[in-house]
Design a protein. Structure first.
Length: 277
């Protein structure tokens, strides 16, 4: 259900997240230029109820600028415009899996009771189980961040801007994609609820219409809810368990999985290279 927007969101520590985000941004730019399925660079506008300072990641993105306050929809007093990647996961994830399989990677679906089942069999294990590491490892720092979205029909091609409000406890986003429009959302920390709240879904649509009035005419394709893997900080580190096996943990990316994915992957590769693997 992930909308696939590059945007550093609910992730710590920021001093590690920024380099990961920048590396991922560069990779998505290359992929968009190469025509990778589902990956596009799109204009985005973020609205604020009060004037703000530049975010830490502003120098990374293309065309970051503050818009004139005149003409902004009420009640917003500030807005920033810039360009970011959007990876439509319905298209992008199958491409990723196919790319791996073409390189000889075998995908096996299996329920694990312990990582020892893998570390006793393989010389290198990368743990990317996300929220599952709470049960698998007993990591109590992990917590769910519940999210709900409404997927609607595609907006007209002239309305391709990603619109976001994440200010003063309000979260609204509209993400136009190639085959649909993702309208959200929620970020409820500690909630395991994945049932659809119909009243909330209707309210999200109404909120979105303030920014994109044409949303009202779009058909609803699906309402979806899921859980982000929240953690006090991303866990990307090697754990020493046995001389004959290397175990690297890479989980707890909060609401920034797409934003950090390629940067974290590169750090894992660098760690293995430093070990001579």
């Amino acid at each position: 259900m992930a909308a696939g927007l590059w945007y550093p969101y609910k992730v710590q520590p920021i001093e590690r997240a920024l380099p990961w985000s920048e590396h991922t941004l560069a990779e998505f730019r290359k992929q968009a230029a190469a025509g990778v399925p589902g990956v596009r660079i799109q204009p985005m506008v973020e609205y604020f109820f009060f004037p703000k300072q530049d975010p830490d990641w502003a120098p990374m993105v293309e065309g970051f600028q503050w818009l004139p306050s005149e003409g902004l929809p009420e009640p917003f007093q500030a807005a920033a415009e810039f360009k970011v990647p959007v990876a439509d996961t319905a298209l992008y994830l199958p491409w990723l899996q196919e790319s791996l399989e073409q390189q000889g990677v075998v995908v096996t679906v299996k329920k694990l009771a312990s990582l020892a089942e893998l570390t006793q069999q393989y010389s290198v294990v990368i743990n990317c189980t996300g929220l599952g590491s709470r049960e698998l490892l007993g990591d109590q720092e992990l917590f769910p961040i519940q999210g709900q979205v409404r997927k609607m029909g595609p907006l007209p091609t002239s309305e391709d801007k990603v619109l976001l409000v994440d200010d003063a406890g309000t979260l609204i986003y509209i993400i136009p994609r190639q085959g649909d429009t993702v309208v959200g959302g929620t970020a409820v920390e500690g909630s395991w609820k994945c049932e659809i709240d119909v009243e909330l879904a209707d309210r999200m649509k109404q909120d979105a219409q303030v920014l994109y009035p044409s949303i009202e005419q779009l058909p609803t394709l699906a309402n979806q809810a899921g859980l982000r893997p929240g953690r006090s900080s991303v866990r990307l580190e090697r754990e020493s368990i046995a001389e004959e096996s290397v175990l690297i943990h890479n989980y707890g990316h909060g609401g920034a999985g797409i934003t950090l994915c390629w940067g974290c992957a590169q750090e894992v590769v660098t760690m293995l290279q430093n070990l001579g693997i």
